[in-house]
Design a protein. Structure first.
Lengths: 429, 550
């Protein structure tokens, strides 16, 4: 009987509440944004393919390796970035740039896996990506939206690049929206809406029937497998609710704002990311691919920078304006940097030895540069930083104990980030 | 098939030709030696040999090499089953846990179909089983399933996941179909387990000629033919040992050293000067993990190292080889391995399960690595045939004690096969491919360990609103719905009953039937009835009972 009542309650929520949602949601969002204990969220802007960070965040003007790009000033003295990132540059006070990432993996897959999981691929152990790890720690019980949403992931290869939840299981698998190779129209959640010939009434009946059919089994069978199915079922219904499904509906945003983000998959993805963190999703990532610039690096990076600047720059401003930047950590990175020496095709090759990451929001100590590379950009001269150091720091900013252990698929507990990781103290206020 | 049974010349040659490809493999040796030691049969053996000289020569040559130790009696299914139950029941008694009730016949039917054939039973199969009144019907069902092509298809997937986990990554997903096809072929020919492993490790490094694929080579290919990858993957897949950490450093607690790792890797390296340890300038030569001396043949070629290693790995004296197979099959049937993690047989493990593992492993070896014997002995045990029902409060205390069967998630393959079966649709072809609709569905519903696998929101949305679920709930594309909705002979109770049998492989009880009959009675007119039946079928395939192996 309990079950049937719950079914009816669910039905009530599915049909009635959506209509009045918009009016009180705005208030709720405003309250949430100003609440001092608001749980933090993270937006990872993933530059897939190995971004030429020497042409974005750590330029080398006056050196042959520097190429044709010029630096521009930001409001912070000494913090200069590429001339092709003017919107981001204007928000220099919100940025911290780590210029001393030094890693050892120069292969896309291995390096991505390392950058996103903190580990090199080790056969059987399915390491979860940082998105799943954060979602597990910060997802609210009973939240309507999933804890980890991945916007425009790089197709079928995403999983081997560390977009997966690994041993944390399907509960923290990213809900994938669209594809890096798709169009703006593809920025939708697969199977989010009922089939055309299934009416709202039918769907409500179906949910009631599940409870009816499952009643006996439910009272005699127990365990994690069944709990997760019930939980996913309830969550699917919640995310199908008009109010949650709206999180993915960019049509509600004013045209001018959509234009400012850029009418690209990435730009619109950044806008969707804002809509999601606004509604309490703890981890959202937006992928921008195309950075593997072995040939003709500079025209390609110019174009990519424009897309990045519109999307990420507008996102930072938009978050700030809504009072969400303090509680939203934004990280912009890829799997490695590119060779400072420009090759014969005007391109740059893979360079894990010295590269940069941009961090903003989330209450970090912003307006600073951390670490330094040599004058030619080839080596880290000050404060070499490894991936686990970066991930542990992101955890700290998000209020997560990075030494916490999770059960792994090989039966051994594994820490969120390895014990050898050192927090980048300069970044944490 | 037992050798002792052949009564006439014709049967003898019939037997030999049907299993000729396997005649050089161990079960034949074991059976032959067993046979030889029985005096009466020895005369008949001579008779038979005279009858078919070609095979007799081969067999006789083989007999010379069969060590006396091999003449130990191969264990029977019954003996292994009894050993399993003695162990499980002693443990329950030790812990003061009462064993759960025996699984109902419907529970057993569904469970054994999913574990052995990878799908739920059809309506006809379920009815036939329920109607069968013979006391040995469970054993006969197991035999029938093990003899079916679906056994080979299902376990090709099971072993592919154990041996080639890389096939679930985009880089190596293309290997999956060919490899499974090869495994299917070997399993349906009842190739002994050890031979399947040897064939993979000794496959050619040379690329196959165009149009002549060599799927047995997939294992080497998925390690990119690199000695260090092969060392890690070979020991994990076939010995249940985890040497990964030893690749870079000596592990503080485990017994494997960095040298162990690279010495194992060196078997896959043909260079005469030894294999250089990554990051050092030190080279090592091949050496076995157990420290035994390696017997090298006089003439060495590229594959010699692998051949030597493969013969050590698959030897009956190898302390890990048979244990690993038994432990993985145990995990397949019972949800959790006797020893966990599955790839770490070297760690200190609780003595009780290790002892059982050792005994089952020895029996598996004596039986010539006969997989079906091992599976049969597990699923016919009382331990396997316990109900999964129980009170929630005791679930924790019972965990791992096998007082009852744990509830497991369905793999993507099991789920897809079962959805089609429930709707009365034909099975999708085994070689549908990773890019087919089935391939995409299976990839989306990929689950890790079935006893732990959790369902994601994306998976649920697809099962709620996806194209397959939608097609299955429309009479035009769902044969079961069409039959149930349009058959003039059925009343609403019979409709409910049939849908239950098709999806949950059992009849509903009265408390379940009554409200559902009432639900169907509320509607009038054919379109509304079809809609209501579609809703009910949707609810059944989205129930947790349908979506789990219990």
């Amino acid at each position: 009987m309990m079950m049937r009542r719950r079914g009816l309650l669910r039905l009530g929520l599915a049909s009635g509440v959506g209509l009045s949602f918009s009016s009180w949601f705005r208030e709720l969002a405003a309250v949430a944004a100003n609440h001092p204990e608001r749980t933090k969220s993270c937006i990872l802007v993933w530059l897939n393919g190995g971004p030429s960070t020497i042409d974005l965040w750590d330029l080398k003007p006056g050196h042959a390796n520097g190429g044709p790009f010029r630096e521009i000033e930001t409001p912070v003295a000494g913090l200069k970035i590429s001339e092709h990132l003017p919107t981001i540059a204007r928000q220099g006070r919100e940025l911290a740039i780590i210029r001393s990432m030094a890693t050892k993996e120069g292969d896309h897959t291995r390096a991505s896996y390392l950058a996103r999981t903190g580990n090199v691929p080790l056969g059987a152990i399915q390491f979860p990506g940082i998105g799943a790890l954060v979602a597990k720690e910060l997802q609210r019980e009973g939240a309507d939206l999933p804890g980890y949403v991945s916007i425009a992931p790089p197709g079928a290869q995403a999983e081997s690049l560390g977009y997966a939840s690994g041993f944390l299981g399907p509960r923290f698998t990213p809900l994938m929206v669209g594809s890096d190779y798709g169009t703006v129209d593809d920025l939708v959640v697969p199977d989010l809406v009922r089939a055309v010939d299934v009416s709202e009434r039918d769907f409500a009946e179906r949910l009631k029937l599940i409870d009816l059919v499952d009643g006996g089994f439910r009272s005699t069978r127990h365990g994690r497998v069944l709990d997760s199915q019930r939980e996913a079922g309830a969550q699917a219904v919640r995310v199908m609710r008009p109010a949650s499904a709206r999180a993915f509906n960019l049509g509600e945003e004013p045209d001018r704002l959509r234009d400012a983000y850029g009418r690209t998959v990435f730009g619109q993805g950044c806008l969707m990311a804002r809509r999601l963190v606004e509604r309490g999703v703890p981890f959202v990532e937006v992928t921008l691919g195309g950075w593997d610039t072995h040939n003709e690096n500079f025209p390609a990076v110019t174009t990519l920078s424009r897309t990045l600047d519109a999307g990420l720059g507008t996102l930072l401003g938009d978050l700030s304006q809504r009072g969400l930047l303090e509680s939203t950590l934004v990280v912009c990175m890829g799997e490695f940097g590119r060779t400072p020496r420009i090759n014969g095709q005007g391109g740059r090759d893979h360079w894990p030895n010295a590269w940069s990451v941009m961090v903003a929001g989330g209450g970090i100590k912003a307006g600073q540069v951390i670490g330094r590379t040599s004058r030619d950009g080839t080596t880290v001269e000050e404060r070499p930083t490894r991936v686990p150091d970066l991930l542990a720091t992101l955890c700290k900013v998000l209020g997560i104990d990075h030494l916490k252990q999770n059960d792994s698929n090989v039966g051994r507990p594994i820490r969120i980030v390895d014990r050898s990781a050192k927090i980048i103290e300069e970044l944490v206020s | 098939m037992s050798l002792v049974d052949f009564p006439s010349r014709r049967n003898a040659s019939g037997w030999v030709s049907s299993s000729a490809p396997g005649i050089l493999s161990r079960p034949t040796w074991t059976e032959l030696s067993e046979f030889m030691f029985s005096c009466a049969n020895f005369m008949r053996l001579l008779e038979w040999m005279a009858a078919c000289r070609t095979y007799a020569l081969v067999a006789l040559a083989g007999l010379v090499f069969v060590p006396v130790a091999r003449a130990e009696e191969a264990p029977s299914t019954g003996a292994l089953t009894a050993r399993i139950d003695r162990f499980v029941e002693a443990r329950l008694q030790e812990r003061g846990v009462a064993p759960g009730a025996e699984a109902s016949e419907a529970e057993f039917l569904r469970r054994v179909f999913l574990d052995l054939a990878g799908r739920i039973p059809s309506v006809a199969e379920a009815r036939a089983f329920f109607d069968d009144t013979a006391p040995d019907k469970r054993a006969r069902l197991v035999d029938r399933l093990l003899a079916s092509p679906e056994y080979a298809r299902n376990f090709a997937t099971v072993w592919r996941k154990a041996w080639l986990p890389q096939a679930e990554t985009p880089t190596f997903s293309e290997l999956s179909d060919g490899y499974e096809a090869w495994l299917r072929e070997e399993l349906s020919r009842e190739t002994p387990y050890d031979r399947m492993v040897v064939r993979q490790l000794t496959a050619s490094f040379r690329p196959p000629r165009p149009g002549r694929p060599q799927p047995a080579r997939s294992f080497l290919e998925a390690s990119q033919f690199k000695p260090e990858n092969l060392a890690a993957n070979t020991t994990r897949a076939f010995l249940g040992l985890n040497l990964d950490c030893a690749q870079c450093h000596n592990h503080p607690f485990a017994r494997w050293t960095r040298d162990n790792f690279w010495q194992t890797a060196a078997f896959f390296d043909a260079s005469p000067t030894g294999l250089v340890i990554e990051g050092t300038d030190r080279a090592v030569t091949p050496a076995l993990l157990t420290g035994e001396a390696v017997k090298w043949p006089d003439a060495r070629e590229e594959s010699t190292g692998r051949t030597v290693l493969a013969s050590w790995i698959t030897s009956r004296d190898n302390p890990f080889f048979a244990r690993n197979a038994v432990n993985r099959l145990w995990a397949h049937c019972f949800g959790t391995g006797l020893v966990e993690p599955l790839d770490d047989l070297s760690e200190d493990n609780p003595a009780g399960p290790v002892e059982l593992l050792g005994e089952l492993a020895a029996g598996f070896g004596r039986a010539g690595f006969d997989l079906k014997l091992l599976i049969r002995s597990m699923v016919l045990s009382r331990a396997y045939q316990r109900t999964s029902a129980g009170r929630a409060e005791t679930a924790e205390a019972d965990g791992g004690s096998l007082a009852r069967m744990p509830v497991r998630a369905l793999s993507g393959e099991q789920l897809h096969n079962s959805l089609l079966m429930a709707a009365g649709l034909p099975a999708s072809p085994a070689n549908a491919g990773v890019r087919s609709d089935r391939g995409r569905f299976v990839a989306l519903f990929r689950a890790g360990r079935p006893s732990l696998a959790e369902r994601s929101v994306s998976q649920t949305l697809t099962l709620y609103n996806g194209t397959l679920a939608t097609a299955l709930t429309r009479p035009e594309t769902s044969p079961i719905l069409k039959a149930v909705a349009r058959s003039p002979f059925l009343d609403d109770a019979a409709r409910v009953d049939t849908l239950y049998l098709a999806t949950l492989s059992r009849w509903p009880d009265a408390a379940e039937r009554t409200p559902l009959v009432a639900y169907l009675a509320e509607v009038s007119g054919q379109p509304d009835r079809e809609r209501a039946l579609g809703n009910l079928f949707w609810a059944l395939i989205n129930s947790t009972e349908f979506n789990s192996n219990h």
